[in-house]
Design a protein around this ligand. Structure first.
Ligand code: SF4
Length: 121
């Protein structure tokens, strides 16, 4: 049986949670204070996800290059992070861009978008 200790990142309280598991089967979870923490810890073992943040190259009308901060609007599977970064690095967009503008729709998974974090004109 494997044991993993983690800090819950769902809220600032940062409870220390201990998960005992075999493969992807959870045997016991302890240390959480609420159901959200229990769910977080279970998901961390079975199918961890992360919101990805990065930058995309953008070109202004006068040909000047800048970087636009972007993020996925929902978490993506952690095992897709490298593929996601490769896809982000291939993007090149034109300015202006609005905060929340979709840069890549259905990014890595259907229903997840890569969006701009900031308005840049
Ligand atoms: S277990 Fe609940 S109270 Fe503790 S950090 Fe996670 S969300 Fe917050």
């Amino acid at each position: 049986m494997a044991v993993r200790e983690m800090t819950c990142i769902v809220c600032p309280q940062g409870c220390k949670i201990k998960v005992e598991y075999e493969g992807s089967e959870i045997r016991q979870i302890s240390g959480f204070t609420c159901k959200r923490g229990e769910k977080y810890a279970s998901k961390e073992i079975v199918s961890p996800e992360r919101t990805i943040t990065s930058t995309v190259a953008a070109c202004s009308n006068d040909g000047e290059l800048t970087l636009v901060p972007v993020k996925s609007d929902k978490p993506i599977p952690k095992n897709k992070m490298f593929d996601a970064m490769e896809l982000i690095n291939k993007q090149k967009i034109s300015l202006p861009v609005e905060a929340g503008q979709v840069i890549v729709s259905d990014f890595m998974e259907k229903g997840i978008n890569l969006v701009a974090c900031k308005k840049i004109i």
